[in-house]
Design a protein around this ligand. Structure first.
Ligand code: UDP
Ligand code: MG
Length: 325
């Protein structure tokens, strides 16, 4: 009699968790329900990465781990940010494919099944693309402005309206592990590594409970990581701006000489013009220094070569594994 088929492919979910105490149980119940009918074909496991939550998330996760042996709880030593939490999950995962999802139920678990179907068709990356989203108008506006800029500047094609909700094949996970940059923009990296990629459209829900872990400041930083990490266009713009201003000043010289030669009586004392020009140039120069500084800062933090995150503990249903970096 055939027992459990040995060919069950292994699928791991990766959930970054930051202050999600009110979502964890519902999240797990929902993914469990959604994946249960496929348990004959796939061996599912669930990696929860606690990114230094300040609420009872870790306790909830510990309880979850005690109830469900397929659960692994990774505890980071402090809050390292969403991208690092996902990175920790990707570094640890051992499966044929990994599905990365937000933990606030904004990414509907049933869409994960559609990602799996596409994977079965032979795609190594299946990203979930938002057909609609139910965030605030402000978030929607800033997000679309960001994607517009990113498309204009980035050296790789980064699909619009995608978050980190996606399935990646083992091959892609192996590749991603080689990218140890500190200022991480994972969705850009995934585009960068290539392989066969496709999209599944979905409607993004509202956050179930709790508050966003991405206030405006973090969002701006994240946007900068996306643009600076995948483009040197801002650096080239400095040169272009320099040319433009030089050209303008040359026209200015022609104008002044013209006035002196042909209409000296219309010449006015130039203090206003000089003041404006001074502030204008000063402003431009400081902006350019800022652009240079952004790249230098990133270079500096990269050469320090610190570990990306620190794991405090890893616990699976099978027991403890001691701390690694
Ligand atoms: N998150 C994290 N570390 C952080 C901030 C967020 O691991 O420092 C997780 C969070 O728990 C969620 C996902 O990243 O699972 C997306 O965060 P959030 O929903 O707060 O972002 P938003 O959807 O508002 O952009
Ligand atoms: Mg969210």
């Amino acid at each position: 009699m055939p027992t459990e088929p040995t060919t069950r492919r292994r699928i791991a979910f990766i959930f970054p968790i930051y202050n999600e105490e009110a979502n964890i149980d519902l999240l797990h119940r929902t993914v469990d329900e959604v994946t249960a009918p496929l348990a004959g074909r796939y061996a599912f496991s669930f990696i929860y990465v606690d990114d230094g939550s300040r609420d009872a998330s870790l306790d909830r996760l510990t309880e979850l781990g005690a109830r469900d042996a397929r659960v692994t709880v990774v505890e980071l030593s402090r809050n390292f940010g969403h991208q690092m939490a996902v990175t920790a999950g990707l570094d640890l995962v051992d499966a044929d494919a990994a599905i990365i999802m937000d933990s606030d139920l904004q990414d509907p678990p049933r869409v994960a099944l559609e990602l799996l179907e596409k994977w079965e068709e032979g795609y190594e990356v299946v990203y979930a693309q938002r057909r609609s989203r139910r965030d605030s108008p402000f978030k929607r506006f800033t997000a679309s402005a960001f994607y517009w800029f990113l498309q204009k500047m980035a050296a790789v094609e980064i699909p619009k309206n995608t978050g980190d909700f996606r399935l990646v094949d083992r091959k892609v996970v192996d590749e991603l592990r080689k990218y140890r940059e500190r200022d991480r923009f994972l969705r850009g990296l995934v585009s960068y590594v290539g392989f066969r990629q496709t999209a599944v459209l979905f409607d993004r829900d509202q956050r179930n409970a709790g508050v966003t872990g991405y206030p405006l400041t973090k969002m701006l930083r994240f946007a900068a990581d996306g643009i600076l990490g995948f483009s040197t266009t801002p650096l080239r713009m400095i040169t272009r701006m320099g040319y433009l201003i030089s050209l303008l000043s040359f026209l200015g010289v022609l104008y002044v000489v013209g006035v002196k030669l042909f209409a000296p009586e219309t010449a006015v004392p130039g203090w206003a013009f000089i003041t404006i020009a001074m502030f204008f140039l000063g402003g431009i120069q400081i902006i350019m220094l800022g652009v240079l500084g952004s790249y230098i800062g990133r270079t500096y933090s990269q050469v320090q070569n610190r570990p990306l995150y620190t794991v405090a503990s890893v616990r699976t249903g099978a027991g403890d594994r001691s701390a690694v970096q």
